[in-house]
Design a protein around this ligand. Structure first.
Ligand code: SF4
Length: 290
């Protein structure tokens, strides 16, 4: 995709659905929108079939605000709850088979870099904990150790929510779930530790409690992956169905989990820090000149 393929040809606006005209004229294409502006622009994701109050949908919606160039971004997902919303957003979505999201992303990113030498194309994998570290573990690790330049975002709801409540590697030890009636026998997998071992230049763990921080983290993760190397964002996105969290209490749960055990953690390499500073300086210069 590019701005040229999004915009409406002269004289056709009148015939296009109002939603599409709104998206082109008041959407986030071609400009960096902010969380504080939400409600004043047409968002990339507005309707979805996920459960009411699901924290994952809030998080996905905020990631779309953080994308630096949505018109040049492709998202890759797989089976699981998140793809129900991702596949309805106004951004190209590739449905990877279970387990191969990061292999597909590696090939796609390399191909796009050859095809569009002068236009960065951002590739973002957004998938659940089961899809990434159980079934997709091998492709995830190889993409990191090979230093493939794209962002991986884990929607960590600590369960297979879409298939009725099986434990995943990211479920906490001892947790009893519908399909794990005796409680999980081993610890939550330390994927942050694996990301550190692989030497990723940007690693973040966060809960969906601070919208501005989410958008800022996603922007940084995508920009750093564009030039420096693979980036990883692990987001606690509770499953209110399988964890029986009443919808009005979803944000209370996010705040409690963040405080008790998830926290906010951001690791950035010196090289990535310098690169970001350069990019933001350039952006300011361009904005001042226009
Ligand atoms: S099953 Fe859980 S994770 Fe999936 S949409 Fe419903 S609340 Fe969200």
């Amino acid at each position: 995709m590019s701005l040229d393929t999004v915009k409406i040809a002269d004289g056709f606006s009148h015939y296009m659905p109002k939603e599409y005209v709104d998206l082109v004229e008041r959407g986030p294409y071609g400009r960096q929108v902010k969380v504080s502006e939400m409600g004043s622009f047409k968002e990339l994701l507005e309707e979805h079939p996920m459960c009411a109050g699901c924290a994952m949908t809030l998080f996905i919606r905020l990631t779309m605000v953080g994308l630096p160039n949505p018109e040049h971004t492709i998202i890759i997902g797989t089976a699981g709850c998140g793809r129900l919303a991702l596949s309805q957003a106004n951004i190209p979505f590739v449905y990877g088979n279970y387990g191969d999201t990061n292999a597909v992303a590696s090939g796609l990113k390399r191909g796009l870099s050859i095809r569009h030498e002068n236009q960065p194309k951002d590739v973002v994998v957004m998938a659940g904990d089961g899809g990434l570290v159980d079934i997709g573990f091998s492709a995830l690790m190889h993409s990191w150790f090979r230093k493939e330049k794209f962002t991986t975002i884990m929607l960590d709801n600590e369960v297979y929510g879409n298939t009725g409540g099986q434990e995943s590697g990211m479920t906490t030890k001892g947790m009893v779930l519908k399909m794990a009636p005796f409680g999980k026998k081993f610890e939550k997998m330390d994927v942050i530790g694996l990301a550190k071992t692989a030497g990723l230049p940007y690693i973040v763990r966060l809960a969906p409690t601070n919208p501005t921080r989410i958008a800022s983290v996603i922007r940084k993760a995508v920009l750093i992956a564009r030039e420096i190397g693979p980036t990883y964002v692990q987001a606690y996105t509770s499953c209110n169905i399988e964890y029986a969290i009443p919808t009005p209490k979803v944000m209370d749960d996010a705040r409690a989990v963040e405080k008790d055990r998830y926290g906010f953690m951001e690791i950035i390499s010196d090289e990535a820090k310098e690169y970001l500073a350069r990019v933001e300086k350039e952006n300011k210069k361009t904005a001042a000149a226009s």
